[in-house]
Design a protein around this ligand. Structure first.
Ligand code: ADP
Length: 269
């Protein structure tokens, strides 16, 4: 894409010539496209929870309500406000990760314990899905940033919940061999069309079809997940059968079982 314009150059009354400026603006155009995509996603995704917060707050201010009703409305306001916070955090996170400004505080952690913790949170807040874990290990050590890994598994689990019907099973498996851990998260949900698989990890990418239009999201969860896995020298991938379910695979390098001093170089110092 080119931008062309002419400038006349004068000195006193004399016209000295014309300068033709011919500029490649492809990059600018792409940045602008990205910006408008971002603005439309942000405004759409922010508007929905904000409308709820405003609506319920207004009801509480203008109506005489029974205490039970008040509590219900307050719970909705709280839920929608936390959704807003999560959204804004996602936007900030992807920006920080893309600009290389994200700091990872890596230490030796038991990933099995971390994932179990995330799973317990899901089990207590979501009674509609069945979470199962399959592993023959008691502990699995990796070098990682615990907070970021919690974010990674929270993203994958919440997609598994969001895109599968109530009563669906979500199975997490751990497989360790040749210095590598493969964690798979399998659901019995909508699945992903084959032609969309390669695009899922791009930011803002969402599959747009009638099954999913009502399910909220920003299309940032998997882009953030990919950045987190890559920062841990790992890989994330997915295999899926449309209408039957999806399995996400997270591969990460293992640390040996025996505690050892972690070299500074491994920590990135
Ligand atoms: P969001 O969930 O906010 O839309 P993500 O980046 O987490 O964004 O996911 C991108 C898209 O990938 C989703 O919109 C959804 O269509 C698809 N997707 C992700 N996980 C699953 C899953 N477990 N089953 C089916 N589709 C999924």
């Amino acid at each position: 894409i080119y931008d062309i314009y002419a400038v006349s150059i004068h000195k006193n009354e004399f016209r000295l010539g014309t300068l033709i400026v011919h500029r490649d603006i492809t990059a600018e155009y792409e940045v602008n496209q990205m910006k408008s995509e971002l603005v439309s996603t942000v405004s759409h995704e922010l508007r929905t929870p904000l409308a709820s917060v405003l609506g319920f707050a207004e009801l509480m201010l203008t109506k005489e309500l029974k205490p039970e009703r008040q509590k219900k409305y307050l719970e909705t306001i709280h839920k929608e406000a936390s959704r807003l916070t999560n959204l804004i955090n996602d936007f900030l996170d992807i920006q920080r990760m893309e600009s290389g400004k994200q700091v990872y505080e890596k230490k030796r952690i038991d990933l099995l314990a971390t994932v179990k913790e995330v799973m317990t949170t899901f089990k207590t807040t979501n009674k509609l899905h069945h979470f199962l874990m399959e592993t023959d290990r008691d502990q699995i050590f990796i070098l990682g940033d615990e907070e970021k890994l919690i974010q990674l598994f929270t993203n994958i689990f919440s997609n598994a919940v969001k895109f599968s019907p109530s009563g669906g099973k979500i199975t997490v498996r751990f497989d360790c061999k040749s210095g590598e851990l493969v964690c798979s998260i399998e659901d019995e949900g909508l699945g992903i069309p084959e032609e969309e698989v390669s695009k899922l990890f791009q930011k803002f990418y969402r599959i747009d079809n009638s099954d999913r239009r009502k399910i909220g999201g920003t299309g940032l969860g998997l882009a953030i997940s990919k950045k987190i896995v890559e920062a841990h020298n790992g890989e994330i991938s997915v295999s899926s059968i449309l209408g039957q379910g999806s399995t996400f695979y997270v591969r990460l390098p293992l640390l040996s079982d025996k505690p050892k001093r972690v070299a500074n170089s491994e920590l990135g110092h």
